[in-house]
Design a protein around this ligand. Structure first.
Ligand code: OSB
Ligand code: MG
Length: 374
């Protein structure tokens, strides 16, 4: 395959109810509104991709509605009908004079990688330089009603084989919850906490209590757009800080490293604008001895295919929030569903994204759609 040309993009919104509500410090998700893209190349090849933006701007400024606007008005028109030597050139075209809208951009950029994989007869993972046959799987547990309820969930997750348990925290549901999990699950349980920006530097003394609990890391305790104060907090904590929300680009990862504002990076390809930027962050971190892992945004099986492929790169050495379909959905929109065995998900080797998309089911779930063409 020597060039890529997209002649049609169909946007669709589907709604998928989560098996159970997912609560983080800034809000709760009960039904996921999911924006899917179906890309069609000039030769008729197709690929699906997913935009990870949520319902509300409580994780980043983007939402599914801003992404819909950005894709239809500014992003798709830049690439439709144009020939690109490969997806990296398409990525470059999407960035010109455009600020923000990383998740919208990523949906199109990653879709181009999926399409390119399809057309060149290679697996997505192989195409982007993946080296693992399987990726290690963690689980992200939403904030529970009591420490006891959390312990039960976490115990069940470890029994199922998950290799990392992430505990969502917020003021009023933090140290006591994590301490209970540590006490009940033992010193060796791979536990971590994720605050989704719920604290300020004034909470440093309080957060220092977590240092006794031997967490693998604490994710994004401070503001979403703040790297510098994380450096001040890291200087006061033994627990490694992992940045999520703050790493919106390669430059932010450089800032993190330069200022020792964190020692681990959660890479979500949607958050950073796609695979080109994700790979650059991955490579930077590898050069600096910073481990990375693949985060999640409660994706359907389509977005999950991209996360699994990304997590197969060599420096993804910590289990990701890449859980199997059944952790989220009664029924996924791909076939086969994503399954976990012995705490791992197999990286597909088939051409393209590696799972078949159930287009009929998606059609039935669609609440709005738009066809964008040259
Ligand atoms: O902070 O990692 C986060 C879900 C939505 C928004 C933010 C986050 C999350 C998760 C879920 O933790 C991870 C998953 O998809 O399983
Ligand atoms: Mg997070």
């Amino acid at each position: 395959m020597s060039e890529i040309r997209i002649d049609r993009v169909v946007l669709r919104e589907i709604r998928l109810p989560l098996r159970e509500p997912f609560r983080i410090s800034s809000g709760v998700t009960t039904t996921r509104r999911i924006l899917l893209l179906e890309l069609t190349a000039r030769d008729g090849a197709t690929a699906w991709s997913e935009c990870v933006a949520g319902d509300l701007p409580n994780y980043s400024p983007e939402t599914i509605d801003t992404a819909w606007l950005a894709l239809s008005e500014w992003l798709a028109p830049r690439v439709l009908g144009r020939e690109f030597a490969d997806p990296t050139h398409l990525d470059a075209a999407l960035r010109v004079d455009l600020r923000g809208h990383e998740m919208a951009r990523a949906a199109l950029e990653m879709g181009a990688w999926g399409l390119f994989a399809e057309q060149s007869g290679r697996s997505l993972a192989a195409l982007i330089g993946g080296t693992r046959e399987q990726v290690e799987t963690g689980i992200s547990l939403g904030i529970q009603s009591s420490p006891e309820a959390l312990v039960e969930k976490a115990r069940g997750a470890l029994a199922e084989g998950y290799r990392k348990v992430k505990i969502k925290i917020k003021p009023g549901a933090d140290v006591d919850y994590v301490r209970a999990a540590r006490r009940e699950l033992g010193d060796d349980a791979p536990l971590m906490a994720d605050a989704n920006n719920a604290y300020t530097l004034e909470d440093a003394d309080h957060l220092q209590q977590l240092d006794e609990l031997d967490l693998v890391m604490i994710e994004q305790p401070l503001a979403w757009d703040d790297v510098i104060r994380h450096a001040r907090l890291q200087a006061r904590m033994r627990t490694p800080i992992c940045l999520d929300e703050s790493i919106t680009s390669l430059r932010r990862a450089e800032d993190m490293i330069e200022h020792d504002a964190g020692r681990i990076v959660n890479i979500k390809p949607g958050r950073v604008g796609g695979f080109v930027e994700s790979k650059a962050i991955h490579d930077l971190c590898a050069r600096h001895g910073i481990p990375v892992w693949c985060g999640g945004m409660l994706e359907s099986g389509i977005g999950r295919a991209y996360n699994v492929a990304l997590a197969s790169l060599p420096n993804f050495t910590i289990p990701g929030d890449v859980s199997p379909s059944a952790r989220y959905w009664e029924r996924d929109v791909v076939e086969p569903e994503w399954r976990m065995q012995d705490g791992r998900i197999a990286v597909p080797t088939a051409p393209g994204i590696g799972v078949a998309v159930d287009a009929e089911r998606i059609e039935a779930l669609t609440v709005r759609s738009a066809v964008l063409r040259v």
